[in-house]
Design a protein around this ligand. Structure first.
Ligand SMILES: CC(C)(COP(=O)(O)OP(=O)(O)OC[C@H]1O[C@@H](n2cnc3c(N)ncnc32)[C@H](O)[C@@H]1OP(=O)(O)O)[C@@H](O)C(=O)NCCC(=O)NCCS
Length: 173
């Protein structure tokens, strides 16, 4: 599959079934925050999509669509208060589509979109669990720099883990 054979667009309620089908995967959940549902039911998808539709534009959550089906997601959380110049990016992709360069291209596209549509945002960052080499590769390939390692910063599946903090700046100054 050519890496460009995907589209990022806003979520639609009709995506719920495909969202659940692709998101319901322990290999995905193991690399995400615990608030990501597992198991992931269609009802979870509807709830998530409803939440995104209720947010003001420009959209902060995008569906990653391949062959007309929403098979992944990418989104940002806008920071607040003194950190309001930053946004945290997060993403996941259905396992059938891994290791074809898709998410690298999607992250690049999302970064351009965010810097264009959210003028106050100067910095986009991600924190990856230390064992999540695939995500760290995605961030490196998309132009992010590893600023540091946050020691013992998270607990997942009963284990204390380090977080790798990656960022990309709108302007280096
Ligand atoms: C992380 C994720 C989005 C990557 O999507 P993807 O489309 O497969 O990513 P890409 O194909 O663009 O790049 C993956 C890179 O990781 C590499 N990789 C994958 N698994 C690896 C492993 N176990 N060890 C070393 N490298 C690995 C691939 O070879 C590729 O690098 P390369 O192009 O240099 O060969 C996908 O694996 C996923 O959804 N994981 C679960 C959720 C998740 O981790 N989200 C991010 C949380 S920070």
């Amino acid at each position: 599959m050519h890496t460009r054979d995907f589209e990022l667009r806003e979520w639609q309620l009709s995506d719920a079934a495909s969202l659940a089908e692709n998101a319901n995967n322990i290999h995905i959940w193991n690399n995400l925050r615990d608030y990501f549902p597992h198991p992931y039911w269609e009802e979870d998808g509807k709830q998530f999509i409803g939440m995104t539709l209720g947010k003001p534009l420009p959209a902060t959550e995008m569906a990653l669509v391949i062959d007309g089906k929403a098979v992944g997601g990418i989104g940002i959380v806008l920071k607040t208060d003194v950190e309001r110049i930053g946004a945290e990016i997060g993403y996941w992709l259905g396992e059938n589509y891994w290791n074809r360069g898709v998410m690298t291209e999607a992250v690049k596209e999302m970064v351009s979109y965010v810097f264009l549509h959210f003028p106050e945002i100067r910095k986009i960052y991600a924190t990856s669990f230390d064992f999540n080499i695939a995500s760290q590769r995605v961030l490196q390939k998309a132009g992010f720099e590893r600023e540091g390692i946050l020691k013992q910063a998270a607990m997942k599946n009963g284990k204390v883990i380090n977080l790798h903090y990656y960022s990309i700046l709108k302007s280096p100054k």
